[in-house]
Design a protein around this ligand. Structure first.
Ligand code: ADP
Ligand code: MG
Ligand code: MG
Length: 205
């Protein structure tokens, strides 16, 4: 996986988030402050702009540039959380990027979200999509399946994890202020994490 692969991944994320912006914002309207889709759409559009303006020359640089933009430009919880995930992932990546190296770096990114958010799977956050995606990815890579198939399994695990947040009670973030009333709604951050993984599975390589 080279620099172009990572650029294509971020282009795919920006596209999917644009398409699903209103849906993400509706999810956040139910249990948050109705800004998740607009926050991320603006943030990922700026990520693409910065990557076009200062072309990165390595996968690590793609991830660090995206991280900087998201942390500086996306308000709210999700900007710093996604920004930190991509930063730690970038720092953990060794060139050339192999499937096993990608999976290990992704796991480092997910662990950084848990640390920063003081959250665990089951708290009804983006981690409920990211953690199972990381597990599925690592397992698929260990099994030695084609990288495309590994990414598809990770994307499916993220989507299932996001839907599985519906019956959960939120324990972190704004949704936790609602207590029992957070039950019955999909977590917006878990939904956007599923899009990030769907974009990964759609990169042409
Ligand atoms: P804000 O809640 O500040 O408006 P967003 O709407 O952009 O930020 O993002 C909300 C999402 O962030 C939630 O749906 C949840 O997935 C995630 N989130 C919030 N707090 C945490 C946390 N402490 N740990 C992990 N994820 C969190
Ligand atoms: Mg919000
Ligand atoms: Mg907000």
């Amino acid at each position: 996986m080279d620099t172009d692969f990572f650029l294509a991944w971020f282009a795919g994320m920006a596209e999917l988030i644009r398409l699903r912006r209103d849906h993400l914002t509706e999810l956040d309207a139910a249990i948050g402050d109705a800004d998740h889709g607009t926050n991320l759409d603006r943030g990922f559009a700026e990520v693409r702009q910065a990557l076009a303006e200062w072309p990165p020359t390595s996968p690590e640089q793609v991830l660090l540039s995206a991280s900087n933009t998201l942390i500086r430009r996306v308000g709210g919880a999700s900007g710093p959380l996604y920004g930190t995930a991509f930063r730690q992932m970038g720092k953990a990546l060794d060139a050339p990027v192999t499937p096993a190296g990608f999976a290990a770096a992704f796991e480092a990114g997910v662990r950084a979200v848990a640390r920063l958010g003081k959250a665990a799977p089951g708290d009804k956050t983006m981690l409920d999509a990211l953690a199972p995606a990381s597990r599925a990815l690592t397992q698929a890579v260990q099994e030695g399946v084609e990288v495309r198939e590994a990414f598809e399994r990770a994307a499916r695990a993220a989507e299932e994890g996001a839907l599985a947040t519906i019956p959960l009670l939120a324990r972190k973030g704004r949704a936790s202020y609602l207590g029992e009333r957070s039950i019955g709604h999909e977590d917006p951050g878990a939904a956007s994490s599923a899009l990030i993984m769907a974009a990964l599975a759609s990169v042409e390589s």
